[in-house]
Design a protein around this ligand. Structure first.
Ligand SMILES: [Zn+2]
Length: 117
């Protein structure tokens, strides 16, 4: 398995867990009494959902340097088009198309993605 595929799997897993939290929050809202205060609970639900999203996405890290990928980088890693996707970790420069745990170096890709700094 390539590092990119491992990261993709991680993103998918985090996303599914987050969806699970969303489901629980909505279920919780449904179970509240009918006269519940929407002004309090709806923003609370939104807050819980966004905190959960940030938490689960913070689990998606570079396998080599533990760098936490910003959302823009994550979507670039997931992209299938070779032209626009990121091929190296923007932090440590690890080749994302290398096999997980492999030490042999593949031929370097010419395109270098990155968000600047
Ligand atoms: Zn890295």
């Amino acid at each position: 398995m390539k590092i990119r595929e491992a990261i993709r799997t991680k993103i998918l897993r985090s996303y599914l867990r987050w969806l699970g939290v969303c489901g629980l929050v909505f279920l919780g809202l449904l179970l509240l009494p009918k006269d519940f205060s929407r002004i309090v609970w709806i923003p609370t639900a939104i807050l819980v959902i966004s905190v959960a999203y940030a938490y689960f996405m913070s689990k998606v890290r570079c396998q080599t340097c533990e760098y936490q990928f910003p959302p823009a980088v994550m979507s670039s890693i997931r992209r299938n088009a070779k032209k626009s996707r990121i091929n190296y970790c923007p932090h440590c420069g690890a080749d994302l198309d290398q096999e997980v745990g492999a030490n042999n170096s593949f031929k370097p890709n010419l395109l270098r993605g990155g968000s600047g700094r």
